[in-house]
Every structure is written in structure tokens, then in C-alpha cells.
Design a protein around this ligand. Sequence first.
Ligand code: SR1
Ligand code: MG
Length: 404
Amino acid sequence: MTDFSSEYFTMNEEQAVEYAKEKLDYFKPDAVLTCKEIGDGNLNYVFRIVDEKNGDSIILKQAGPVARISDEFKVSPDRNRIESDILKIQYDYAPEYTPKTYQYDPIMNCFAMEDLSDYEIMRAALIKHETFPDFADHITTFMAKTLLLTSDVVMNHKDKKALVKSFINPELCEISEDLVYTEPFYDCERNEVFPTTLPFIEKEIWGDQQLQLETAKLKFEFMTNAQSLIHGDLHTGSVFIKKGSTKVIDPEFAFYGPAGYDIGNVVANLIFAYANGQATITDEKEREQFTSYILNTIKDVVDLFKEKFNTLWNQSEKDLVATYDGFQSYYIDNILMDTAAVTGLELCRRIIGLAKVADITSIEQENARKRAEESCLTAAKQFIINRAVFNSGTDFVNQVKQAF
Ligand code: SR1
Ligand code: MG
């Protein structure tokens, strides 16, 4: 019998079944369990365990000692605690959009959660050019609630500081500091550039000192602005979706950071879906339908976020100074400025840096991929440098239209 109670090790499928029988208070005593490791992310092991007798199923997520994408990244398995804890907070604030979690195990660095196998990863669905009319409504409710209700605007400041401490996540933050804010903006060895786009990147990104200066300012904003308990990696690969329902998963990069980081990630990854649609849909009418859907979604994400954040702000009890005239609009304008900047940073890092997105890498035709990458980077520069002028959904959409 395997000992799960004294020392941490990474499980295989058989051990995950044993673990479920021994440690999880979930399946019936006579369950016949099977398991498949289904993780396709960069960091963790994800076991789907099913009772073949009645179809009951659960997900067991375990953090390994190094990232799956490369053992260069040594990442503390404690991120599993952070993920399990933030999922509980997000579930409290936005239960419709958060998977339910069950047991967390600090020895094996794993936790059990609701099986969402009837959903698909949003990035994969968007690459198939499926559309989800409710997504903007769902994700903006999730973001408005989780970002405002964990901030100093409404929280008791001592309780908030305790959360800041509990969600100190230095190793995963370092990954973002390096991969998002630093490496894409110089000729770093770890970057992976599509050769046909290289001359553009050399001139327009690595050769632009003004851009570099802005990324330095933004990196220090990311490291020092403990504004909200953010998801920290809210791209379309962190969203499970089906018609009418959206669930946000994988918040292991969570920490107290700028609220705009989450919104910017959502917007940038919608732009990748737009780039994919432009590059790969040959039928003009279909292309127009899909790309319009994406542009409308980008517009709605920004505008609905603003609207819902404002409504929640007005309904919430706040720090006295947060009620002073002009503070609310100052605060939201700043979030939108960060949103624009992070949109640009995420666009750059997924094209230039190590961790890519399939929306772009799956574009087979060389020139079409070059065009898609260059359009994303052109928009990115504007989002970063002119971040202060993006105040509405239309501003974001116009910038995308201009660059493509
Ligand atoms: C080493 S991890 C690379 C990337 O994958 C995650 O999804 C994050 O975006 C991270 O930057
Ligand atoms: Mg992830």
C-alpha cells in the first residue's frame, strides 16, 4: 500500500486511484475507479478519476516540483495551497463561475475539485471558431466581484494585509516578471521567435527604447501595486466553457497585484482568437461573423467590467476616502490604463517569449502567421505606450482594427 501521509512525491495514474480510495471522501465504498492524467498546461498534473459503475467523477490536481514546460522553472508545490485557497475565495464571491473544490492535502500538494469534462477549454473552442455570446457577461461579473471585493476599497485593511501575506507567491510571480515583463523586450536566449517575424521584432520591439522604458515602469507596477487578489493567468486556456456557462480555472499565479492584469489577459487572448480567425477562415462571411463576435466581446468585456465595477462600488461600504468626489473615476481609469498595458504585454510575450499560444502557432501558412504576429505586435506597442488613452471598449476595438 502506498503511503500518502508522510512524504510528498508526484503520483502516477495508479497511485491517484489509490489516493482517491484512501484519502478522498467522495466515491462510494464499492466504486470501481479508473484514472487518466489529462493535464496539458505548463505546470501541473491533472488526474480525472471516474467510478465506472455510476459515472461519478472528480479531478485531482497535483503540483509537481518543477514546471512541465521546462525543468528550468523550479516552482514550489505550495502553489497548490494558493490555488486551492483562492478557488475558495473566488467561489465565495462568484460561485457560478468557479469550480467547486473539495479536499486540499498539504503533504501530497494536491486538491480535489469538480470535474468539468462537459466543458471545453475556451482557447481550443475559439480555434475551432465557436462563439460564446454570454462570455463577456460572465467573465466581467467574475472580475468585477473578485477584483473589487478583495481590494482596500471595501476590505478591512488589516484583513486585506493578512491576505496579501498568505498569497505571497514569489516563484510564480518571478515567472511572470521574467516571461511577461522582461524577456520579450530584449534578445533573450529563452525567447522563441518565429524566424519570419524576427526582423520586425528586432526593429520594432528590441530596437524601441521608449517601449523598453514603459515596460520597466510596468514591471515595477506589477511587483509593487498590491491592489486586488488577482487570478494572475487569466488567458483563454484558464477558462472552461460551454454554451451558457463559464468556469475560471487554474489560478495558481494568484497574488495581490494590479487588477488590470486579469482584464488585460482576457482582452489580449481574445485578440489572439481574432488574429487566428483573420488568418485561417477562408469563407468571407464566416470570417466576418467570427471576427465581429470577437470584437464585440472585447468591447463588452471592457464596458461591462466598468459598468459592473461601478455598480458594485456604489453598493459597497467603503473606506471613507474612497467616497471623495472624483476618486472612483480616478481608480477605474487607472485600472483601464493597466488593462491596456497588460493587453500589450501579453500580446508581446506570447509571440516573442517562451510560452506560446496555439491560436498563433496553429496558423500553418508562413506569411499568414507573420502577418498575424506583426499585427498583434503593432497593436501591442500602442496599448503599452499610449495606455492612458484607452477608456472604453470602443477604444480597444479601434486599436485592434487599426493594427490588422
Ligand atoms: C513556466 S510557465 C509558462 C506560462 O504558463 C502559464 O500559463 C503562465 O502564463 C506562464 O507564464
Ligand atoms: Mg495555467
